[in-house]
Design a protein around this ligand. Sequence first.
Ligand code: GLU
Length: 330
Amino acid sequence: MSSAKPSIRLLATGGTIAGAQNASGGYAAAVMSGDELLAAVPQLANLAQITAEQVAHIGSQDMDESLWLKLAARAQMALDDPAVAGVVVTHGTDTMEETAYFLNLALRTDKPVVLVGAMRPATAISPDGPMNLFNAVAVAAEPAAKNRGVLVVANDEIHFAREVAKTNTTQLGTFKSPNRGLAGRVNRGRIHFFGPTVRAHTMASEFAPLAVAELPRVEIVHAFAGLRRDLIDAAVRLGARGIVIAGVGAGNLSSAALRGCAEAAHAGVAVVRSSLTGGGVVERNIEINDDELGLIVAEELNPQKARVLLMLGLTRTSDPAQLQRFFQIY
Ligand code: GLU
């Protein structure tokens, strides 16, 4: 009776969604394969024809730049296949926002790309992974999900890659989009999209399709009361091409550390000021004279996403003005 279901490619990387709990309440991430995750949700057959590929077997704290490049290449290959309607990536939640934002700028596609994870292991009491996976596949198979950039689905919510952040260590509602809100909601596969994102992604990304062999080294230095400049100097000595300051408040840092940043910028290292507050905009030239010191501001990107964009930006230029432009577009 029904015509063929859309074809979805699942790229499995591990994470708690594929985790197994032990008797004492601890658990190991990335124990189950993508095929095993699919087999646990037979209702998926009502949504799509799904083929799984195991790209990695890790807790997402072990995600790194080389794995991002591999994942992007596998996803781009699947998306370039005219038979594939969309891609779902299973991923640990710890670094999911970074991977999502990276793919959001690295993939050239208008097809849905959805990252999904879980807070409870697959063998826990009341695991959240199966419903999250069902909802993620529903979104990936949905034509109206096209051209919204990379999405994250969890806890019945759909988030834009640029906006989503993990905000709680254990709770199911850990993902929030504090600055610009949700992309939509999804209830047992029924999808309600809100407005599109205004920031550029995928088809409009000048980094996509990403064709680099490696990404430049960019470090993050976390600010606090009494921050010294030593770690900034160390990053420069270690050959970092960029430094992201996870600043207090609106991207602030101590005078001593700021001097270190200005010297780093003068020496050709790209220095981006972001905020560790979890919300709001870091604007240029408010308390700090960015123009004079040669600094860049992250606008709304949190430190770890600012690092992703800075790495991509540095594959094109090391000019602070050009790099600043990227933070205004993406
Ligand atoms: N640290 C694990 C990971 O990110 C567990 C977090 C999770 O997946 O929920 O893969």
